[in-house]
Write a protein that binds this ligand. Sequence first.
Ligand code: MTE
Length: 323
Amino acid sequence: MQVIRRRPWHLPERLATPEALFLDRRRFVAGAAALALSPATMPVTAFAQRIADLPDPSASLYPFKRNEKYPLDRPITNESINLAYNNFFEFGSSKSIAGAAQALKLRPWTVTLDGMVEKPQTFGIDELLARMPLEERLYRHRCVEAWSMAIPWSGFALAELVKLARPLSSAKYLRMETFHDKAVASGQRQTWYPWPYVEGLTMAEATNELALLVTGAYGKPVSKQMGAPLRLAVPWKYGFKSIKSIVRFTFTDKQPKGFWELLLAAEYGFWANVNPDVPHPRWSQATEEDIGTGERRPTLKFNGYGEYVAGLYAGMEQERLWT
Ligand code: MTE
């Protein structure tokens, strides 16, 4: 029987939240700094290299031309940190899922556009890549656990996919769904989680210029542990909205309930916009730890992207916009 060590932050496994993982991540970052000066660094580096070397049929498309419109106010986070430590509950509730995530098969990979659309369609990921205008953007990422990073994502605007889908005017929301395959993802055998991972946006959010569908990072195809071959980046929202390894986009008139909202509705809601003035029920959101530099920074409202998105929420003060 498993011995469970109680901690002040202890939660039952079935209610594991990103906070518990945040504490793990901090430990990892501190450990990584120490490891950098020791021979023990070798396996970590070799592991990251092995992942980067896996063949991918889209590899020759990279790097995409950078769209300079979105400058960063901090350094890009070291790729090795991103490759070795991730939130991807399909492969386990620790941060060390990079090895397990290699079980993910990236081809064939189909993406279905359905629901309230003129006509449901399914595309292979390589066909999508061929049809979409590809670009690189530098984005900040602010996790609800109060850590942050900065990533050079590659991909295309979600608005372009919406155009391709031809939604009906009655569609109000876009529901996105991750693959569901218990044979590949051991976490999906844990029946207390509401699989598959789902997230949603309003149509206005989905067609906002910032909403990016990610196919690559650091100038090459995005790694499996970071959500290959297609994930979302909505940098003005907490990181859990940025759903990984998407297989379905469904246009609907019902507000979708996301994975974390289904699991812990008191703590995680639909909107989840970043706001330093609204604490999580169990911790402050006023500052964040940059996992690349270890610096603590003040968190910015909308993660600093207010000029692009604040207008989406005008007159909605009665909504639960910040959790
Ligand atoms: N998407 C799926 N399908 N499963 C997940 O567990 N975790 C979310 C988000 N997308 C998650 C997911 C959370 S909490 C965060 S912070 C980011 O992915 C983490 O992305 P990263 O591993 O690239 O840092």
